[in-house]
Structures are given as C-alpha cells and as structure tokens.
Design a protein around this ligand. Sequence first.
Ligand code: NAP
Length: 271
Amino acid sequence: MQSPKRFLGQTDIEITPIGLGSWQFSGSLISTSYWAPLTHVNVDGIVEAACEGGINWFDTAELYGFGRSEKALSHALTASGKSNGDIVIATKWFPAYRTAGWIQRTINKRIENLHPFEVDLHQIHFSNSLSSIEEQMDTMAGLLEQHKIKAIGVSNFSEALLRRAHKKLSERGLPLASVQMRYNILDRSIEKNGVLSAAQELGITVIAYSPLQLGLLSGKFHRQPDLVDKLPRLRKKVIRPMLERSRKLMFEMERIAADYGVTPAQIALNW
Ligand SMILES: NC(=O)c1ccc[n+]([C@@H]2O[C@H](COP(=O)([O-])OP(=O)(O)OC[C@H]3O[C@@H](n4cnc5c(N)ncnc54)[C@H](OP(=O)(O)O)[C@@H]3O)[C@@H](O)[C@H]2O)c1
C-alpha cells in the first residue's frame, strides 16, 4: 500500500513518512564497527525491497564510507529501474575540522557519486564545523542558487543552533527544510531539549534517525541474547547495556504487536 506523502519542511519536495537510511552501505572502518559489511547484491536487494514497499526517499552521507554509500545507493536505485526524479535523495556534508568553504569544494563529489540522481536535500551532518552556522548556511544557500541542491537541512543540532540556521536562511528568503536527530521510543531527548518544539514552530521537518535504536527495538536481541555477542564492536557496546533496561518495554511492544498482527519493529516505527 502506498503511504500518503508529506512535504519536506516548507519545500515542494514530497516524501513518504518512512525513508531508507544507507549508513549500512558504507563498508569502511568506522561503519564496520557497527554494521557487518554488505555485498552489492545485499544492497541492491534492500533498496529494491524499499522501493517495492513504497519508500520514495533515501538518506546517505559523505561520511558513510566517504562516498561508498552514495555510490552503492545510486547503483542500487539504477538496478531497481529508478530514474532521477522518481525518488528523493538526501545526503550530508561532513563538517568536522573543516570550514564552510569545504561545502562548495565537496559538492561536485556528492553529485558525481550519486549520478544520475540529483541531490534533493543537502544536510550539515554535525554542528562541529570550524565555521559559524551562519557561514555554513550562506554557502548552502549559494549551492541552492546554483541549482546544485534543492533543499537545505541540518543534523545533530541544538535548539539554539537550529534557530540560528533557520534565521540566516530566512534572511535570504529560503526555508530550512529539515533537522535529522536520533528519535525513538527509548531516546526522546528532542522532546525535552527544545529541538522538536522549535522544529514544529518553524515548519522544519524532523527526520528521526535510529528509529529502531540500532535494531534493538525489533526485539530480536531480547528474544535471542546470544546475537549480541556476534555484533560488531561499537554496536555491541551500545546495545548490551540497553538490553536489561528495555526488557519491560520490549515485552509490552511484543504484546501490542501480537494484538495487531504486526512485528515489534513496525510498532517502533509507527510510534
Ligand atoms: N544524522 C546522523 O548523525 C545519523 C546517525 C545515525 C543514523 N543516521 C541515518 O539513519 C539511518 C537509520 O538509523 P540506524 O541505521 O542508526 O538504525 P536503525 O534504523 O535504528 O536500525 C537499523 C538496523 O536494525 C536492524 N533491523 C532493521 N529492521 C529490522 C527488523 N525488522 N528486524 C530485525 N532487525 C531489523 C538492521 O540491522 P541488522 O540486520 O544488522 O541487525 C538494520 O540495519 C541510517 O542508515 C542513517 O542514514 C543518521
């Protein structure tokens, strides 16, 4: 069944309620500490299943294998018979230890890796650039005016920074489309730190990442705790201490899932 679409912030880009993230397609050192490497066949199958399930947008990033995820995503979408314009692509610039000038210097790489798919949404991955948020927003606005991207987003921002980013773009008559934050039933920080209410007030779409808390909310690690031992190092480090404190919640989610004839992962995403 096709889910009704919604607008991405105050842009005319329409997206389905659920998108597919592609951190898992990175195949590089940092990522393999979280995710077992995937073959092209695996990636193509995942993307095809997402498209068949009605998902119309995909999230990737420069940081995800420094281009590997973007290339794998583009390859898989092409293999699924998708053309530019059929789907929406979100990628991200990696700001750590870099000035805003690097946004302009790296955009052609994003475009090349994702070809033939255009960059619909370009996001600032973290708030740790050497440049101010205002300088970064000015550079992003430049890319928009050059038609290299279609919308601007941020990720892992505080409420104060979110407001400053929004203000800078507003002064140029442009919307800040989205803010991507961790948000799931076990981590509701954005409800308390002001990000969610500021986004609602300013018309910025919240993109919830890790909606299954790295797979924990599927319930499989509670059902089969030995699976945790087999996880890559950093993912194990996050999941292991959360198992016990989420046991009661998971039990309740399993019960609700059984009542509705769906899986706990579906309950977590629907929440
Ligand atoms: N902006 C940021 O800083 C940031 C940070 C993190 C993530 N993200 C984005 O958000 C996307 C999604 O978040 P995430 O990858 O952190 O975590 P997630 O969506 O919470 O978990 C995804 C993992 O859960 C497992 N899983 C998914 N569905 C399942 C099911 N039905 N049953 C059992 N296991 C299932 C799979 O891992 P296994 O099969 O290996 O168990 C899958 O790779 C990323 O790909 C990325 O695009 C952004």
